[in-house]
Design a binder for this molecule. Structure first.
Ligand code: AKG
Length: 276
């Protein structure tokens, strides 16, 4: 997967501060070119093998093809949710018991209209503004420009008291970043894909995380075969839900679901802590 770039403490502090202040940050050139190329080649193969259709509504995009449940599709995607250049930022925004909520590739083609502004945490219906409960990393596999549909967003809108409604027309900025960069944001932020008025595709992987006490967008525990999970490294399997939140939520018979994969594992269950 090419050279792994980790974050310095000062970068991490700066990224977390930017997300808290204005709702988003761009981490430039986090992903090596070789990784961008292998991810793109795999997405292209899957688009053909799975005969992926264009979206059948304006939100999904009638010129956009999405591949959901990427972890189950190919091992090449396993490094994305736990990437050391991005996961530490997400853990600062949520906490280190957050979950992967969904992992989706999006190929936005020329002619795609702008997506309606929305907040990715709107389905949870929590009081807003509130503590961050969903955070997203959009990996750019092609350059993002204003012309090709770079994500539009409303800086500071993660502090608004509601998600956008039809008819809202606030001023937006378009994210421009080079392939290999990652847009990280608090999912209360008002945002949407831009219109692709270029003659080339804009390709991204959308890596959506939620707090460990929320329901994931895609049911990872059923979507990914257990035999595959057994090959995952421990951080990845915990991130998809083979774990508990605070030693309680998600337990099975008083144990963490992680023990289904590794029966020898010692997990920090709440009852053990209380009994100490
Ligand atoms: O593709 C983008 O720039 C944003 C995508 C998005 O917000 C979504 O599909 O929910």
């Amino acid at each position: 997967m090419g050279e792994i770039r980790t974050l310095s403490t000062s970068e991490l502090d700066a990224y977390a501060a930017a997300i808290e202040e204005r709702g988003y940050v761009v981490a430039e050139n986090v992903i090596p070119r070789s990784t961008v190329e292998s991810l793109t080649a795999t997405i292209d193969r899957l688009l053909v093998d799975l005969d992926v259709p264009f979206g059948d509504n304006a939100f999904l995009g009638r010129h956009t093809r999405r591949i959901f449940n990427l972890l189950a599709r190919d091992p090449v995607f396993r490094s994305i949710p736990i990437h050391p250049g991005t996961l530490p930022v997400i853990e600062r925004v949520l906490d280190d018991q957050c979950l992967l909520s969904s992992l989706t590739a999006a190929e936005m083609n020329p002619g795609q209209e702008a997506q309606a502004l929305h907040s990715d945490d709107a389905s949870h219906r929590l009081q807003r503004p509130g503590p961050p409960s969903v955070a997203v990393a959009i990996w750019a596999l092609t350059d993002f420009t204003r012309e090709n549909g770079g994500t539009r967003l409303v800086p500071g809108s993660h502090r608004f008291d509601r998600p956008p409604r039809r008819g809202d027309d606030p001023e937006t900025v378009s994210i421009e970043m080079s392939a290999g960069s990652v847009l990280l944001y608090n999912a209360s932020l008002w945002h949407g894909g831009g219109a692709n008025r270029s003659s080339a595709r804009r390709i991204a992987i959308v890596c959506n995380y939620c707090a460990g006490y929320l329901r994931q967008e895609e049911c990872q525990l059923l979507a990914i075969p257990r035999a595959q999970v057994e090959e995952f490294e421990p951080r990845l399997r915990r991130l998809i839900g083979y774990s508990t939140y605070r030693g309680l939520l998600g337990h099975i018979d008083g144990e963490s679901p992680e023990s289904l994969i590794d029966p020898t594992i010692e997990t920090d269950m709440v009852w053990r802590r209380i009994g100490r």
